[in-house]
Design a protein around this ligand. Structure first.
Ligand SMILES: [Fe+2]
Length: 312
């Protein structure tokens, strides 16, 4: 029996793929991994999409090439992969963290980098995953790097991640207004936030370039508010009027109704007073969004062919 007999079924399919298809399959697998983190926290609906959109706009504004912007988008999706190792009791804690708990949070960049280390595209994402909590003043973690020694991609994703956290409500606090968040960033330029990038982010926000991202979970799709939990309800493109969606935090069932007419019609979630079953509440990756992201990024982000000589 020759070697080829081992390569049956799925393996032979993967090995027989055209290089472009194989790149797309690997990028899709990365984005599916990223959704594990999104599924973990009921209050972060749309967080990864928003961070990736902010990062892409900021990267473009900062003069990055299309390939670097595509890498930023993927980096934004996987940056918090290591949070899979942080206990829920800490991730979801409503009170301020003590020193021991914060020490556990601080391992997530290192863990994320280790989890990705064997991945064929780890080299594209390593900096963002390991260094997105470094700050220009050297007070960040895990390395305490400062200024220009922090790679640009990590600085961009770190800033956009912080901006989204500020402008998104949490169970224990409301969201800052856009103005408050911009003021907070301005006050920390050169310290917590990169001066050059921070100024560009503020300019983008003042121009209104972030309006379609803030409070949204996808292009044209606003997060909807659960009366109890705030804006936690994610409507997807494939949803139709009459369907139900559930608040991932409290589980209340909401019915989607059409609001407005014609092309400007949108879906609004109305509370029903009923609650979803455990199965109703299971999160699932947004495969349609993942397919679009793969199409937008796979060809650009990955410059070297997987498995080709010279590929890092
Ligand atoms: Fe993080």
């Amino acid at each position: 029996m020759g070697m080829m007999a081992w390569f049956t079924g799925r393996e032979s399919l993967a090995l027989g793929m055209r290089p472009e298809t194989r790149r797309e399959a690997i990028v899709a697998s990365l984005l599916n991994m990223a959704w594990i983190i999104e599924a973990r926290d009921p209050y972060t609906g749309g967080h990864l999409w928003r961070v990736s959109r902010y990062a892409a706009l900021l990267g473009e504004r900062a003069g990055m090439a299309a390939e670097q912007v595509a890498q930023l988008i993927l980096g934004a999706f996987v940056h918090d992969l290591g949070k899979v190792g942080v206990p829920d009791a800490i991730l979801r804690k409503r009170e301020p963290l003590n020193e021991a708990e914060f020490a556990l949070i601080r391992v997530h960049p290192e863990l994320g980098a280790r989890m990705l280390a064997g991945h064929p595209y780890a080299h594209l994402l390593h900096d963002v995953v390991l260094l997105h909590h470094e700050t220009p003043d050297g007070q960040g973690y895990p390395r305490g790097l400062s200024g220009a020694s922090i790679p640009a991609a990590a600085r961009i994703v770190g800033l956009c991640d912080a901006f989204d956290a500020m402008t998104t409500p949490r169970p224990y606090r409301g969201a800052m207004s856009l103005d408050q968040a911009l003021t907070a960033i301005e006050a920390q330029l050169g310290r917590q936030f990169d001066d050059f990038l921070g100024r560009h982010l503020i300019a983008l926000a003042r121009e209104g370039a972030l309006d379609g991202i803030l409070g949204h979970s996808d292009e044209g799709l606003r997060l909807q508010a659960c009366a109890r939990c705030g804006p936690t309800l994610v409507v997807r493109r494939e949803h139709h009027a009459g369907e139900h969606i559930h608040c991932p935090a409290c589980g209340e069932r909401h019915k989607l109704v059409t609001q407005g007419e014609g092309r400007s019609a949108t879906l609004r979630a109305e509370p029903t007073g009923a609650f979803g079953s455990p199965t109703d509440l299971l999160p699932s990756p947004d495969q349609a969004l993942i397919r679009r992201l793969v199409q937008d990024t796979a060809g650009l982000a990955v410059q070297t062919g997987y498995g080709m000589p010279g590929a890092a």
